[in-house]
Structure formats: structure tokens, C-alpha cells
Ligand binder design. Structure first.
Ligand SMILES: *[C@@H]1O[C@H](CO)[C@@H](O)[C@H](O)[C@H]1NC(C)=O
Ligand SMILES: *[C@@H]1O[C@H](CO)[C@@H](O)[C@H](O)[C@H]1NC(C)=O
Ligand SMILES: *[C@@H]1O[C@H](CO)[C@@H](O)[C@H](O)[C@H]1NC(C)=O
Ligand SMILES: *[C@@H]1O[C@H](CO)[C@@H](O)[C@H](O)[C@H]1NC(C)=O
Ligand SMILES: *[C@@H]1O[C@H](CO)[C@@H](O)[C@H](O)[C@H]1NC(C)=O
Ligand SMILES: *[C@@H]1O[C@H](CO)[C@@H](O)[C@H](O)[C@H]1NC(C)=O
Ligand SMILES: *[C@@H]1O[C@H](CO)[C@@H](O)[C@H](O)[C@H]1NC(C)=O
Ligand SMILES: *[C@@H]1O[C@H](CO)[C@@H](O)[C@H](O)[C@H]1NC(C)=O
Ligand SMILES: CC(=O)N[C@H]1CO[C@H](CO)[C@@H](O)[C@@H]1O
Length: 413
């Protein structure tokens, strides 16, 4: 959400296109696949700041991907209403999060942030009350700099305690903390003070760090925040989504209950990808234990969008109590297998066709950490059907950019 990033994104896209070119020439040459080990159970006992939040990845909605700076309290109230009336709230989507542009440009005479009078005339406290009455939680946004990315409101650098107290007094439940206008100060000096200020604020406020993966936040984030962005901003297209999924994947072993890798918010429903691409986006985010923050206008979403984001079996993978991030375990020239362990000795698997030519995608038991003789029941989370007594491997023929997602449950011998 910052302009300097468009150049970086452009470069990233160029590199991606080069990689794709390599992938297809590799395919023609019949090059070998790359295999990586399955993730193991994490030792999560050492994890996290003591706020007790985010034991499973946070779920909800954020204004930015669809509304940008054009948000106001009516939109937020109607979104909260829609979250309940559509049944999404009951599926676990509980955070209603404001992004940038909710405040006046200047602080008041006491140095407090002030809700923007023209768009939030009732104030944030009233909005939090509105949201809480519907059984939901309210998230707010600030920045570890002297202004936010829009430059239309103040940042919290140097005002951490005062702003944390203000947010707590309003009844805020979640803070997304961005990285613009940061005066060149190290991330590691700018984020911990807000973490401490929130802990001292007297209210349980989930801390969502958004430093764009600058200083490998996975390596220090678990003691500072409940989630940390591992990448730059997502854009509503296939190249952005897939490259972000890959970047985030590198940090899988650092995530666990209380602290999650965040590959940015969902674009499902915003129109820039096909249904199959959005299905893959949602499936991979769920498997990777990413925060599931819907980024479309849920007041007006179409049936396809609803069908994707309301799949309770996929959501259950994301919210599984084991809390281990699934990862890419095989890339056979763009025919990929992603997998990870679930509670109850189960395994979640995604077969994903990212290549430029037709092929069947196969996960053999050795790819996904199962003993050779294991027989499983394979639940197809998108077809809602079960194949019993599969052994050795699971495979699928897939449409362009499509994926299949399974949960494998070993049969008791
Ligand atoms: C896991 O954490 C516990 C408690 O902190 C510790 O005693 C144990 O050695 C850790 N195990 C590994 C494999 O790191
Ligand atoms: C919010 O925006 C919508 C649509 O742009 C408009 O209808 C509504 O009146 C606005 N509400 C406030 C409080 O500005
Ligand atoms: C933020 O800091 C920069 C660099 O010191 C300065 O140029 C700018 O005026 C500051 N902006 C605000 C709103 O304080
Ligand atoms: C969405 O589904 C509902 C009921 O399932 C149906 O009445 C409606 O026509 C559908 N809308 C679209 C745009 O397909
Ligand atoms: C997948 O593997 C091919 C070569 O087998 C490689 O060119 C490509 O970069 C890989 N893609 C990813 C996303 O790892
Ligand atoms: C690739 O798959 C699509 C859809 O399954 C099919 O229509 C098409 O004929 C296939 N192309 C080739 C070259 O096999
Ligand atoms: C888990 O499943 C594997 C087969 O994949 C089996 O060998 C193992 O005994 C099972 N463990 C438990 C605790 O059920
Ligand atoms: C795999 O995806 C490519 C596009 O990346 C598509 O052309 C092809 O048809 C897909 N394969 C199958 C078997 O559908
Ligand atoms: C399907 C396939 O070819 N899988 C192979 C991928 O590569 C690993 C080792 O690099 C092999 O063990 C797999 O059999």
C-alpha cells in the first residue's frame, strides 16, 4: 500500500516471468522434480507474547483490499451486519478490521489520535460497541512511523503508550501496525515498543505486525506479535498471489499457536483472478495457517465467492489445533504438492497445477511423510466426498491453475 513498492513488485513480476520461462523449458527437457522434507510438529511451548491471543490464525475482514481509503462507518457497520447475516461470523470470521485512513491528519491538543469526523462521525468507541453487540471484534490500524502509508493520518512511532491506551479505551481488539514513514529506524526498534504498550494497555489486543518481511520477522516475531507479514502487499492477480505464497513458505517452521506467518490478506471476490485461482489462493492460505482476512465487499459478494470462503472443511484445516504450517513438499516443474500435519494423526494435502501444460499431479506417501503401507481415507474438501482405502499415492487431473485439497486419515489397523 505504498508507492515505492510498485517498482519492487514490477521487478518481482519480471523475475517470476523468467522463472516461469525456466519452468516450461525444464518441462520440455524433462528435468527432475525437487523434493523437500515434510514439516514436523513445532515446539510451540516457547512461543509468544503473553496476551494469549491468536491460538489459531485470526479470521475476519479488512477494509484495504477493496475500499482503500474510501471507508466510513456505514460501510463498517454494514459489513459487520453482513458478516452475521451470511453466516460467515458463525464460521469463525470475527474480526472487522479498519485499515488506513480512519483518522484525522492531526492529533488533538492532548496528542490523541482523532477519528475522522467526516467519515467516522460517531467515533471508534461507538463503532466498537456496534461490532461487539453483534458478537464480533473490532480491529484498527496504525503505523510504526510518523505517518501512515496514505500520509493522511498520524503514525504511532513515539506515541506507542498513548495510542495503545486510546485503542484500549475505545474497545479495540486488534491492531494492524504498518511500516511507512519509518525514518530509517530498524524494524526491531520500532515494533517491540508497541507490543509492550498493548500488553500494558489493560485490554487484550491482537498485534498484527506489518513490516513487509524486511527484517526476517519470523525469526523474532513470535515474542513480539501474533502475526507478522512475510512479504510486500498482495495484488489481485495470479503472479502476485503465487509469488507471495512461495515467499511465505520459506518461514513455515517459525509459525505456531500464538504467532503466525502472514502472506497478506485475501483477494478472493475482488475480480482479478479466476475461480480456480481464488480456490487455490484460499486453499494455500488455509494450509499455510495464514490469517484468513477477507478483502472483498462482503455486502455484495457473489455466490462463488461465498462458496469459496465459507468452506468449513478448508477453514477447519486452517484452525486445526495442532497449528503447524503446511508447506510445499514437492515441485515437479510447476506441478506442486503442499502438505502438513493435522491433529489426530491426519495429513492435509494440496495438489496444485501451476505449470503451462496439462499433467496429472501426484503426491506419493514419501512426499508427504506417510509410511509406505499406510491406508488412508481421503476426504476431498472441495468435492465434499471421501475415497476410502487409498494407499501409496494420491493424484488428480486438474484444470488450469486449479488445485485439489484433501485430508488424509489413516485407517486404524
Ligand atoms: C521444547 O520445549 C520444551 C520446553 O521449553 C523444552 O524442554 C524442550 O527441550 C524443547 N524441545 C525441543 C526439541 O526443542
Ligand atoms: C459511506 O459511504 C457510502 C458509500 O460511498 C455512503 O452511502 C454513506 O453515506 C457514507 N457514510 C458516511 C458516514 O460517510
Ligand atoms: C516525519 O519525519 C520526516 C523526517 O524527519 C519529516 O520530514 C516529516 O515532516 C515528518 N512528518 C511528520 C508528520 O511529522
Ligand atoms: C445465489 O444463490 C441463491 C440461492 O442459493 C440464488 O437464489 C441466487 O440466484 C444466486 N445468485 C447468483 C448470482 O447466482
Ligand atoms: C519449480 O521447479 C522448476 C524446476 O523443476 C523451477 O524452475 C521453478 O522455479 C520451481 N518453482 C517454484 C515456485 O519453486
Ligand atoms: C488440457 O486440459 C484441458 C481441460 O482438462 C483439455 O480441454 C485440453 O484438451 C487439454 N489439452 C491437452 C493438450 O491435452
Ligand atoms: C499415525 O499414522 C501412521 C501411519 O501414517 C501410523 O504408523 C501411526 O501409528 C499413527 N499414529 C497414531 C498415534 O495413531
Ligand atoms: C495446468 O495448468 C495449465 C496452466 O498453468 C493449464 O494450461 C493446463 O491445462 C492445466 N493442466 C490440466 C491437466 O488441466
Ligand atoms: C514423482 C517423482 O519423480 N518423485 C521424485 C522427486 O525427487 C525425489 C528425489 O529428489 C525422488 O525421491 C522422487 O521419487
Amino acid at each position: 500500500m505504498q508507492h515505492s513498492f510498485s517498482l519492487a513488485m514490477g521487478l518481482a513480476l519480471c523475475i517470476l516471468i523468467l522463472l516461469n520461462a525456466n519452468a516450461s523449458s525444464a518441462a520440455r527437457l524433462g528435468k527432475r522434480n525437487k523434493s523437500v522434507p515434510m514439516p514436523k510438529e513445532n515446539n510451540v511451548t516457547t512461543y509468544f507474547v503473553k496476551n494469549g491471543l491468536g491460538r489459531t490464525p485470526p479470521m475476519g475482514w479488512n477494509s484495504w483490499n477493496h475500499f482503500g481509503c474510501d471507508l466510513n462507518e456505514t460501510i463498517i457497520q454494514e459489513t459487520a451486519d453482513a458478516m452475521v447475516s451470511t453466516g460467515l461470523a458463525a464460521l469463525g470470521y470475527k474480526y472487522i478490521n479498519l485499515d488506513d485512513c480512519w483518522a484525522e491528519l492531526n492529533r488533538d491538543s492532548k496528542g490523541n489520535m482523532v477519528p475522522k469526523a467526516s467519515t467516522f462521525p460517531s467515533g471508534i468507541k461507538a463503532l466498537a460497541h456496534y461490532v461487539h453487540k453483534r458478537g464480533l471484534k473490532l480491529g484498527i490500524y496504525s503505523d510504526a512511523g510518523n505517518q501512515t502509508c496514505s500520509k493522511r493520518m498520524p503514525g504511532s512511532l513515539g506515541h506507542e503508550e498513548q495510542d495503545a491506551k486510546t485503542f484500549a479505551s475505545w474497545g479495540v481488539d486488534y491492531l494492524k501496525y504498518d511500516n511507512c514513514e519509518n525514518l530509517g529506524i530498524s524494524v526491531k526498534q520500532r515494533y517491540p515498543p508497541m507490543s509492550e504498550a498493548l500488553l500494558k494497555s489493560g485490554r487484550a489486543i491482537l498485534f498484527s505486525m506489518c513490516e513487509w518481511g524486511w527484517e526476517d520477522p519470523a525469526t523474532w516475531g513470535p515474542t513480539v506479535g501474533n502475526s507478522w507479514r512475510t512479504t510486500g502487499d498482495i495484488v489481485d492477480n495470479w503472479d502476485s498471489m503465487t509469488s507471495i505464497a512461495d515467499e511465505n513458505d520459506k518461514w513455515a517452521s517459525y509459525a505456531g499457536p500464538g504467532g503466525w506467518n502472514d502472506p497478506d490478506m485475501l483477494e478472493v471476490g475482488n475480480g482479478g483472478m479466476t475461480m480456480e485461482e481464488y480456490r487455490a489462493h484460499f486453499s494455500i492460505w488455509a494450509l499455510a495457517k495464514a490469517p484468513l482476512l477477507v478483502g472483498c465487499d462482503i455486502r455484495a459478494m457473489d455466490n462463488t465467492t461465498y462458496e469459496l470462503i465459507s468452506n468449513r472443511e478448508v477453514i477447519a484445516v486452517n484452525q486445526d489445533k495442532l497449528g503447524v504450517q503446511g508447506k510445499k513438499v514437492k515441485n515437479d516443474t510447476g506441478l506442486e504438492v503442499w502438505a502438513g500435519p493435522l491433529s489426530g494423526n491426519r495429513t492435509a494435502v494440496i495438489l496444485w497445477n501451476r505449470s503451462s501444460s496439462n499433467a496429472t499431479v501426484t503426491a506419493s506417501w514419501s512426499d508427504i511423510g506417510l509410511e509406505p503401507g499406510t491406508k488412508v481415507d481421503a476426504r476431498d474438501l472441495w468435492e465434499h466426498s471421501t475415497q476410502s482405502s487409498i494407499s501409496g499415492e494420491i493424484s488428480a487431473k486438474l484444470d488450469s491453475h486449479a488445485c485439489k485439497m484433501f485430508v488424509l486419515t489413516p485407517q486404524s489397523s
